[in-house]
Design a protein around this ligand. Structure first.
Ligand code: GLC
Ligand code: CA
Length: 544
């Protein structure tokens, strides 16, 4: 069991969970560095901007701040193409800025996750330059090179997430192709080469030694490739004009993703950070829960992985209930739950928009707060932000390279609305790096913190609930009953009722209970009143 230390901060309880298992009940918050806060007026978010807002995050009740990549990068994929893993990109600050950020975070009782990008480097990384310059040198084998197919084309049918084949001809003229599951500027590293693990062990220790408490591991599920480089089975035809993400999903990625040997590799990651006690959290787009469980097996692989399924697609209550039950039961407690991140449309918009979308998002978030593992908010989620309205040209390389008009990740990447001032207080610049319509006053931090009925206060109350009642994630998870779209869960003295379906539901278990939290303010009376649709409630059981 964890030791809980309680202190008071500006607007609530700050409880720090100590011991090696501290992450299990933690509430995480994703900062998309470009769009959080800009301090030097260049329109791009930076590390000092984050430092200045850490007290805000502590007040919200966050334990862990995951910061998206801020390393040196030419920026082809906005930081997910790293040219030096052990330095800060000048557009986001300096190593001294990182040190100041880490010191302030730890003073406030917050922990920091650095976003490591190990599936690929930038094509501007010294390793790749050396690999191209000298095909017989030691760096060649840091990447995945293959001879062309007999017709001179790419070696197999693998496709890039961002459109086109996953193979590009060696710019050095060797005649070979190199593999890239993302942009050609993001060559995939060869994790079958132990030297790559050694490099990353050094990188992990560098950041752990400088104050990182853990790591979010980008594309963790993709590190190992099948050494046979066989074609992936095709599930459905690919038609002209298809979105690159749909093209990608038209193949069964048995040979390029989700490989069992990745779980074996994670043991080496675990060993690499053992002395620092760092927590390893994988981005795991692995829809197969058994494989997911292997990737987060106790003590031998990663600590946890993101369950990305709730962050994808439109409102599908039955899918949400299924996913929660399946992963809660089978994933070794190693889940990090989320409904929004920087790669998908925001939950409020996906779940129906407006008040409906917000109510549904809150209902799901309340359920997530009552599950094992971590749960993460994405910047602005605490304000109930919908997708941004894009004004200028597209920035997201995935869409920019495949023609305007395609769905773009830019909708989730607008500047954080702090105030009602110019650029919503994000920056002193005339324009931000991304051009989005200003947001109305009631969506700003300034307004919402001042209004006790705001969405911000609802999320704040939810995070306080998870802190003050650790039973919510520690007590045995007992499913009392469920339907396709509703759940009644007992956790120690608490009951959690989530009704995501369209029909009101009688819940006799609520009789005599004491209300602790509701995702919406609906009439509550000890169980006679049915819960309305799209609502989650947490109560202390009668006599509990
Ligand atoms: C992950 C990141 C995404 C990035 C991709 C390539 O999915 O979340 O933003 O484009 O990896 O690194
Ligand atoms: Ca800046």
């Amino acid at each position: 069991m964890q030791a809980l230390t309680t202190t008071r901060t500006g607007s609530g309880l700050q409880i720090r969970i100590d011991g090696p298992d501290w992450w299990r009940g933690a509430i995480g918050y994703e900062v998309y560095v470009r769009s959080f806060a800009d301090t030097n007026g260049d329109g791009i978010g930076d590390l000092p901007g984050i430092t200045g807002k850490l007290a805000y995050l502590a007040d919200l009740g966050v334990d862990v701040v995951w910061i998206t990549p801020f390393f040196r990068s030419p920026g082809f994929d906005h930081g997910y193409d790293v040219s030096d893993y052990c330095d800060v990109d000048p557009k986001h600050g300096t190593l001294a800025d990182w040190d100041a950020l880490a010191a302030e975070a730890h003073r406030l009782g917050l922990r920091l996750f650095v976003d490591i990008v190990p599936n690929h480097s930038s094509s501007h990384h010294a390793w790749f330059k050396a690999a191209v310059a000298d095909p017989t040198g030691p760096y060649r084998d840091y990447y995945l090179w293959r001879d062309p197919a007999p017709d001179g084309g790419p070696p197999n049918n693998w496709v890039s997430h961002f459109g086109g084949p996953a193979w590009t001809l060696d710019p050095g003229g060797s005649g070979q192709y190199y593999c890239h599951l993302f942009l050609p500027e993001q060559p995939d590293l060869n994790w079958a080469n132990p030297a790559v693990m050694e490099e990353f062990a050094r990188i992990l220790r560098f950041w752990a030694g400088r104050g990182a408490d853990g790591f979010r591991i980008d594309v963790a599920h993709g590190l190992c490739k099948d050494p046979s480089f066989a074609d992936n089975p095709q599930l459905r035809p690919v038609t002209p004009g298809m979105h690159p993400m749909d093209v990608f999903a038209s193949f069964d990625h048995v040979h390029d993703l989700h490989r069992h040997d990745t779980a074996v590799l994670f043991r080496q990651w675990r060993d690499a950070v053992h002395d620092h006690g760092s927590v390893l959290l994988g981005e795991m787009d692995t829809r197969n829960v058994e494989r997911f469980a292997e990737f987060v097996a106790d003590d031998t692989a990663l600590h946890a992985g993101f369950v990305l399924q709730l962050g994808l697609g439109p409102w599908r209550p039955a899918h949400i209930v299924d996913t929660i039950l399946e992963y809660q039961e089978k994933a070794n407690g190693g889940c990090a739950w989320e409904v929004s991140n920087h790669d998908q449309a925001r939950a409020v918009s996906r779940f129906g928009g407006g008040d409906v979308g917000l109510g549904r998002t809150l209902a799901v978030s309340t359920l997530m707060a009552a599950l094992d593992g971590m749960f993460f908010l994405y910047e602005g989620e605490e304000l109930g932000l919908p997708d941004a309205t894009l004004v200028g040209h597209v920035e997201d390389p995935m869409s920019a390279r495949n023609g305007e008009g395609l769905w773009t990740r830019d909708v989730a990447r607008g500047p954080m609305p702090w105030t009602t001032g110019p650029l919503n207080g994000f920056s002193q610049a005339a324009t931000a790096w991304i051009d989005t319509a200003p947001l109305p006053p009631d969506l700003t931090v300034e307004h919402q913190q001042a209004d006790p009925t705001s969405t911000w206060h609802r999320y704040h109350a939810l995070s306080m609930l998870r802190r003050t009642y650790p039973e919510l994630w520690q007590a045995p998870f007992e499913l009392l009953h469920h339907t396709d779209t509703a759940l009644v869960i007992r956790r120690g003295s608490l009951l959690v009722v989530g009704n995501l379906g369209p029909d009101a539901m009688q819940t006799p278990e609520l009789a005599g209970a004491t209300l602790l939290f509701q995702s919406r303010d609906q009439a509550f009376s000890d169980g006679e009143a049915p819960l309305v649709a799209g609502e989650s409630t947490v109560v202390v059981r009668a006599g509990g």
